[in-house]
Design a protein around this ligand. Structure first.
Ligand code: DGI
Ligand code: FE
Ligand code: FE
Length: 190
C-alpha cells in the first residue's frame, strides 16, 4: 500500500488531532532516522501508523484484543487503552499491508517501550513523545534536544517523566514501562 492510501485509511480511523499527531510522529521519526542512520522509509511508515488503533473505544480495545488472541495482562485489563500499540501492530499487518516485522514491533511497543529496543523501536518511542504538535509537557524542550544528542538518555528521561506522571495520578503502571526504565538505567548506550 502506498503512503497516500495509508493516509486516506488512517484519516477515517482517527480524529483530526490524532491524525495531525501521527503526521508529526512520521516526520520526527524521519528526522531521527537521518540522525541515527535508520532507514527513512521504515521510520516514516512506523511513525505514521503507530496510533492507528488509538481511537477505538476503550472497552472495544479489550474485546478486540481478546477476540484476536492478543495476550492481555492485568494492567491492560485495568487500562485497555494500553492495548492500542498491540492492536495497531495487528491492523498495520492486516489492514495496511505492512510485512516488515520491525515496523510492526515498533508499533506494538511504542507506549511502554521494552528492554533492548532496536533502533527503529527507540526512534518511534521517542518521536511519539517529542513530535512538534505535542503540548509542552514537563521538560519537553530538554528532551527534544537530548533526542538528537543521546537517544538512550532521552528514553530514560521520557520513562522517568511517564512513571512520575502515572505515580502522581495513582494509575496502574504496566510492568513493561517499569522494566524498560530499569533496563535503560543499567544498560544505557551499551
Ligand atoms: O498514544 P499517545 O498519546 O500518542 O502516546 P502513548 O502511546 O505513549 O500513550 C500515552 C499514554 O499512555 C499516557 O497517558 C501515559 C500512558 N502510559 C504509558 N505507560 C503506562 C501508561 N498508562 C498506564 N496506566 N500504565 C503505564 O505503564
Ligand atoms: Fe500511542
Ligand atoms: Fe502517539
Amino acid at each position: 500500500m502506498d503512503r497516500e492510501e495509508m493516509c486516506r485509511k488512517l484519516k477515517q480511523k482517527l480524529n483530526d488531532k490524532r491524525y495531525v499527531h501521527s503526521i508529526g510522529v512520521e516526520y520526527t521519526a524521519a528526522n531521527l532516522a537521518f540522525r541515527y542512520g535508520e532507514d527513512i522509509k521504515r521510520a516514516r511508515i512506523a511513525g505514521l501508523l503507530h496510533d492507528n488503533a488509538k481511537c477505538i473505544p476503550t472497552e472495544e480495545k479489550l474485546k478486540k484484543a481478546v477476540k484476536l488472541g492478543i495476550p492481555v495482562n492485568d494492567s491492560e485489563k485495568e487500562n485497555p487503552d494500553l492495548l492500542h500499540g498491540k492492536l495497531g501492530a495487528y491492523y498495520a499487518r492486516e489492514k495496511y499491508g505492512v510485512k516488515d516485522e520491525e515496523i510492526l514491533s515498533a508499533i506494538a511497543c511504542h507506549t511502554t517501550g521494552k528492554p533492548a529496543m532496536t533502533l527503529l523501536e527507540k526512534i518511534i518511542f521517542v518521536a511519539d513523545y517529542i513530535e512538534p504538535n505535542r503540548k509542552l509537557i514537563f521538560e519537553l524542550t530538554e528532551i527534544r534536544k537530548e533526542a538528537y544528542i543521546d537517544l538512550d538518555k532521552a528514553i530514560i528521561h521520557i520513562l522517568k517523566n511517564t512513571l512520575d506522571f502515572l505515580d502522581g495520578k495513582k494509575a496502574v503502571i504496566d510492568e513493561m514501562t517499569e522494566e524498560t526504565y530499569k533496563y535503560y538505567i543499567k544498560n544505557r548506550n551499551k
